[in-house]
Write a protein that binds this ligand. Structure first.
Ligand SMILES: CC(C)(COP(=O)(O)OP(=O)(O)OC[C@H]1O[C@@H](n2cnc3c(N)ncnc32)[C@H](O)[C@@H]1OP(=O)(O)O)[C@@H](O)C(=O)NCCC(=O)NCCS
Length: 249
């Protein structure tokens, strides 16, 4: 099974509430199909619009470009009980052959964060009979796949977990990097030591997409066994990382 990319997005519902009050938000982000087929009452619902907005952001990261060459309006989100998904309009060549499977989680008023937050994870995969498998990956670990979503509060991050190069990043990016390292160590069964944090970097490619980088032999040996996928997101208060490892054949 070939996964073409993954994405994660975290959104503060209160931020979307303000956007809805300030301007015609639904008109700005919904595709014409969504606009025509959605109960108009939902356009003023912060929670519903947060789900839609967050799904589109996660999809844009799974595509690997962000919103370059595609817009919010090119993405259609389909809600269903079992496994919601998104599709990209046929006018965007190459991308509409994938289905963007989604998982929505709500975190709010808990130890992590006081604000109501939505975390959306996305796996892009060619449509087929894989709904069950993708659902299992998004919701738990499934044999050849290991997946973890790590959320950490941004204040009081431990700077010792960052390499010198990462200290130059924006504060929320530093937190996201630490979340990514935590998730990877957990999945690979590596020790959560400061020494290991110092051996691993999360860099960004020219488009902004994050990836793991290390020259450490032990970590590289573990990483070599997998195709590695990584996505990051942050709000003012928290950062999240989604890591997916697919065992190589
Ligand atoms: C990718 C994008 C949707 C992210 O959304 P956002 O609201 O900025 O912020 P989020 O906190 O949810 O996500 C930020 C993370 O997205 C990830 N990201 C950025 N570009 C990415 C890409 N091309 N593919 C996948 N992920 C990407 C990064 O990990 C980033 O974390 P960082 O800031 O610590 O590096 C948005 O930045 C985008 O569309 N970028 C492309 C266009 C662009 O960069 N325009 C401005 C300069 S030309």
């Amino acid at each position: 099974m070939i996964i073409s990319g993954i994405g994660i997005d975290i959104i503060n519902v209160n931020r979307i509430r303000k956007s809805i009050m300030a301007r015609p938000f639904a008109e700005k982000i919904l595709s014409s199909f969504e606009y025509e087929n959605t109960d108009k009452k939902l356009f003023g619902e912060p929670l519903y619009m947060s789900f839609v907005f967050s799904a589109k952001e996660a999809v844009s990261k799974a595509v690997g470009t962000g919103f370059v060459g595609i817009s919010y309006k090119d993405i259609n989100v389909y809600f269903n009980d079992k496994c919601p998904y998104a599709m990209i309009n046929a006018s965007i060549k190459g991308l509409n052959k994938y289905k963007y499977y989604l998982k929505f989680e709500r975190t709010g008023n808990n130890v992590t964060c006081d604000a109501p937050m939505i975390i959306t994870t996305c796996i892009a995969y060619k449509p087929g009979n894989a709904e069950e498998l993708i659902f299992n990956i998004l919701n738990d670990n499934e044999y050849a796949y290991l997946a973890k979503t790590q959320i950490i509060p941004i204040e009081n991050i431990d700077f010792k977990k960052l390499t010198e190069a990462e200290l130059c990043f924006r504060h929320e990016s530093r937190a996201a990097n630490i979340a990514a390292k935590e998730a990877l160590f957990n999945l690979l069964g590596l020790d959560n030591t400061i020494a290991n944090y110092q051996k691993l970097l999360i860099l960004r490619d020219a488009s902004g997409k994050p990836y793991f980088y290390t020259t450490d032999k032990e970590i590289n040996k573990s990483l070599d066994e997998y195709n590695t996928y990584l996505s990051l997101s942050h709000e003012k208060e928290v950062a999240v990382a989604f890591v997916l490892l697919q065992a190589k054949e």
